[in-house]
Design a protein around this ligand. Structure first.
Ligand code: GLY
Length: 573
């Protein structure tokens, strides 16, 4: 197994992949071979394009569009495929946000974020002395919010063209007949073995006696059976009947509180997107309960009056300005953002020109700002989430980010149903006003309440230029999501980069607290030196985000890019 660069494409040669007959994946003449596939990082497609976290999922999305589906069909099929081939974050046991612009111009957001169960309460993760027991919000049954993904898929169906039974079939085939795993996936399973065994009393598909290696086949029979119930009974195949009973039985094995009634009453919600203009481009992003749209709105408007392109990419001037915008926006996140159905998020004020000008009034271009002036603690979120960017031949744009929260969520697989449950309850502030063990803070805005949706950072985003589709972008990465999208957009708009350069150049991240700048490797050494001299504390870290972007060129071609930090891949035609 080697990664080889051929003509600018990264190709994965799976020398040890099992040579089995191709499955019936995707339909007549559109075979996808789940045992031999390459990881293609870039493509220039004439009609339709997909970029996602896994090559097989991107191929499924593209093939569905080639068969007559539109971007919504592709979004449904790709999410379902990811739930099988990318179990670390792809899911049916989690939740997400879908942001779309229809070819005729209508924009909308679908919120299928998980919700707190009816028996949840704001102190549910505190011991008798009032201390947070964060293990409980992060692992095991009590960590799960009511899953939203399946409701989200069905809320997307009115915009799709093909029957749901067709869209879910590739995922069923992949789960039932198996597919060859990548090296990164093998390492992921090996690394999680002990925790999977701790959290699951029954055997699960992700654990085997010997070490996983690249090319091994992953078969998920129980997941296939769950997907078939959804294929047969629609959303009821998940939220009612056998699957719901298995999920509630799983809850009862631990201390989980999701009930049959919680599942039956879960609904996806329509949200009006956050929209703003930046240097002649119209940006559309996700509204609360995500913080993402607000954060990129705040950060981009805070830097708009400065000549960023003259400062040049990753010069100390542009980086320092962008860091200071990040610091101020993230301070607002902790204080003012939460589920708008439970807390009045001051969207208008937070994004008004007057407010943002005031936020930058103490900005000094020669020295580091200081976060400690604001009393609050550190923020940490898991960084495992996944994003899909799609454009179809008709010009529909779909940007979807979904999550289990942590990698493999709560690490708990629903016995008999084969899918992982999220640990999204940890995205609430488990003790309002006080940082939890992981440093997540928030006040009343993000306190736990029954039925409430926990604050997210997911930032599925679209850009229009001259009123025409221009960019679809998004990424996983916990609190680094909005900074990754912000930097990707500034790279395209201010620094005129290709989609590939925009997402793959080294990134930096500041989230107000802790008062440090996280920096990816290969970041410009001279800029680092100058930032240190100005008083910034720099922390080297691994990859920031795994961004998927499509940029539509003036001739209509879709310049499609998948992040080099993972197995992410593009597909299209
Ligand atoms: N769980 C990551 C997020 O929603 O931001």
């Amino acid at each position: 197994m080697k990664m080889i660069k051929i003509l600018g494409f990264v190709t994965l040669l799976a020398t040890s992949y099992q040579c089995l007959a191709q499955t019936s994946l995707v339909g007549p003449g559109k075979k996808i071979d789940p045992y031999h596939y390459e990881i293609t990082k870039n493509g220039l497609f004439r009609r339709a394009a997909v970029s996602s976290a896994h090559p097989l999922a991107s191929k499924v999305g593209a093939a569905i569009m080639e068969q007559g589906g539109n971007a919504f069909d592709a979004a449904i099929a790709t999410q379902l495929a990811l739930a099988v081939v990318y179990p670390g974050a792809g899911n049916i046991g989690g939740g997400g946000f879908l942001l779309a612009r229809m070819s005729k111009g209508e924009v909308f957001g679908l919120d299928y974020r998980e919700a707190a169960p009816a028996r949840a309460n704001r102190d549910m993760y505190l011991d008798k002395n009032g201390n947070a027991i964060t293990m409980l919000s992060q692992q095991g049954q009590l960590a799960s919010g009511i899953p939203g993904t399946v409701a989200g898929l069905f809320a997307t169906m009115p915009y799709a063209k093909l029957p749901f039974s067709v869209l879910i079939q590739p995922a069923i085939d992949l789960a039932e007949k198996g597919f060859a795993i990548t090296e990164k996936q093998a390492n992921g399973f090996n690394g999680e073995k002990a925790i999977f065994q701790k959290q699951n009393s029954q055997p699960i598909a992700f654990v085997k006696e010997t070490k996983w290696k690249v090319g091994d086949t992953l078969i998920q029979k129980e997941l296939a059976a769950t997907l078939k119930r959804i294929q047969k009974d629609g959303a009821k195949g998940f939220y009612e009947g056998e699957t719901a009973k298995l999920l509630v039985a799983e809850m009862q094995k631990g201390n989980g509180i999701i009930s049959l009634e919680d599942l039956k009453s879960y609904t996806a919600k329509l949200r009006n997107p956050i929209e703003f203009d930046y240097r002649g481009h119209h940006i559309v992003s996700f509204a609360p309960p995500s913080s993402g749209g607000l954060l990129i709105n705040q950060m981009m408007k805070m830097i708009e009056k400065y000549p960023v392109s003259e400062y040049k990419f990753q010069s100390v001037k542009s980086v320092q300005l962008m860091i200071e915008a990040e610091r101020r926006a993230y301070a607002d996140r902790a204080e003012h953002m939460g589920d708008p159905d439970f807390y009045k998020v001051p969207v208008k004020t937070l994004t008004s020109d007057a407010y943002l000008a005031k936020r930058m009034s103490d900005y000094s271009p020669d020295k580091a700002g200081v976060s400690t002036a604001i009393t609050a603690g550190a923020i940490h979120e898991s960084e495992e989430t996944t994003h899909i960017s799609i454009v179809d031949a008709a010009g529909n744009m779909v940007s979807v980010t979904t999550t289990l929260n942590d990698t493999y969520g709560s690490k708990t697989v629903v016995a008999g149903a084969g899918f992982l449950l999220n640990n999204e309850m940890d995205d609430f502030s488990v003790k309002p006003g006080v940082p939890n063990m992981y440093g997540a803070i928030g006040g009343e805005a993000n306190a736990i309440a029954p039925g409430k949706r926990m604050l997210s950072s997911m930032t599925p985003t679209l850009v229009l230029k001259n009123k025409k589709p221009y960019v679809v972008i998004g990424t996983p990465g916990g609190t680094t999501i909005p900074t990754s999208v912000y930097q990707g957009l500034v790279n395209i708009i201010d620094f005129n980069m290709s989609a590939s350069d925009a997402i793959n150049k080294p990134k930096f991240h500041h989230q107000w607290q802790p008062d440090v700048v996280m920096i990816e490797k290969d970041f410009d050494a001279n800029t680092k030196k100058q930032l240190l001299a100005m008083g910034y504390k720099l922390v080297d870290r691994g990859g920031i985000g795994r961004t998927e972007a499509i940029r539509i060129l003036s001739d209509g071609k879709k310049e499609t890019a998948a992040d080099i930090r993972g197995d992410d891949a593009v597909a299209g035609f």
